[in-house]
Design a protein around this ligand. Structure first.
Ligand SMILES: [Zn+2]
Length: 176
């Protein structure tokens, strides 16, 4: 399953491919992208805090389209109003959160509650603090292939923008 490292990589490629800008240029923006790309898993922390079980509320409402649209709006508002991060639109914020939900849905065997409140699929089993911390620290390497694919995607995206889009732009300008 994608862990924070994998979700962050997916968030970075989502950002770069939709804005055409480097996600690494400003540290505040980078952290914002990483937080939004992992935001749905806040349900793990809630489960640990209230039930001592990270799976208690996992993959419920925070892994839904409704959450992506609502939290995306709030995150966009916070980025502009309080955090002073430029270039963050509502669409982008929602897409970053959605990237997490879709990655969970397509890269793992367990379902997400995409159409919550019409459906809900809670995670099964028990995961305590040590299980969660252990998997984040010691199983992050399993996301290596996701990081590799996203890195290749980011390089290809930048290459396409630099060397393929520009000649087309020049042609367009000449025509005018
Ligand atoms: Zn998740």
């Amino acid at each position: 399953m994608p862990l924070p490292l994998g979700h962050t990589a997916i968030g970075l490629i989502t950002y770069e491919s939709s804005t055409g800008e480097s996600a690494f240029r400003r540290w505040k923006r980078f952290i914002f992208i990483a937080v939004l790309a992992n935001l749905p898993d806040i349900d793990v922390i809630i489960g640990l805090m209230f039930k001592w079980n990270g799976n208690a509320f996992h993959r419920g409402p925070t892994h839904s389209l409704v959450f992506a649209l609502t939290a995306g709006f709030l995150a966009c508002f916070a980025a502009r109003r309080w955090l002073g991060i430029q270039g963050i639109s509502y669409r982008l914020s929602a897409m970053l959160i959605l990237s997490h939900i879709l990655a969970d849905a397509f890269l793992t065997d367990s379902s997400v509650s995409f159409f919550w409140p019409l459906e809900v699929f809670w995670s099964q089993g028990h995961a305590g603090w040590t299980d969660i911390v252990h998997s984040i620290i010691f199983e992050g390497f399993k996301d290596g292939w996701i990081v590799l694919c996203c890195s290749i995607g980011i390089v290809l995206n930048r290459f396409t923008r630099l060397y393929l889009a520009q000649p087309l732009n020049l042609l367009h300008i000449k025509k005018d």
